[in-house]
Design a protein around this ligand. Structure first.
Ligand code: HEM
Length: 141
């Protein structure tokens, strides 16, 4: 049960990484179409929240029910990464949601921000995966 949860956790993290990588390219599809960009951003954020919720759930259950699974530095880092990513995502989505439809300059800025935040999130998740690989090999922690 615990093993299955962690396998799911690990798989979800990889799916999430793929999703984030695709996200980097999404703003380029919406040339000057702010309305569609806003719609896409809403759907993107919903999928983002669904995946991060499943990741947290599949990580927290083994932590609280697992025998011999203690709170450790990697787990603290994971929770911190999770909180940072949620914060970035909610802030980004709110900015896009409240942006006026006609402001083209703001639209360009928001698209740039979307790309930058996606890149930052990809780096965070990739670093987390690397940290956990190094941990499993006994190199760190
Ligand atoms: C509330 C948030 C989270 C909790 C409670 C949590 C908990 C855990 C636990 C208990 C493990 C097993 C640790 C071990 O084997 O020593 C684990 C593994 C892992 N977690 Fe998380 N996690 C969370 C979020 C995340 C996030 C956001 C990421 C990615 C950015 C992530 C990436 C990983 C990876 C890559 C592994 C290793 C999986 C493997 O062995 O294949 N976790 N997590």
């Amino acid at each position: 049960m615990i093993g299955e949860m962690l396998t799911t956790h690990s798989l979800l993290v990889k799916i999430f990484l793929g999703f984030l990588v695709i996200g980097i390219f999404l703003p380029f599809i919406y040339g000057k179409d702010m309305r569609s960009f806003k719609k896409m951003s809403f759907i993107y954020t919903m999928i983002f929240q669904a995946l991060t919720t499943m990741i947290a759930f599949s990580g927290l259950i083994p932590l609280f029910t697992g025998e011999g699974m203690n709170f450790s530095i990697p787990i603290a880092i994971m929770i911190a990464v999770w909180v940072i990513m949620m914060y970035l995502e909610i802030k980004k989505h709110k900015n896009i949601k409240v942006a006026p439809m006609q402001d083209e300059q703001k639209f360009m800025m928001l698209k740039g921000k979307f790309v930058k935040i996606s890149i930052a999130q990809v780096i965070l998740v990739a670093l987390m995966v690397i940290i956990m690989i190094l941990k499993s090999k006994g190199i760190i922690f």
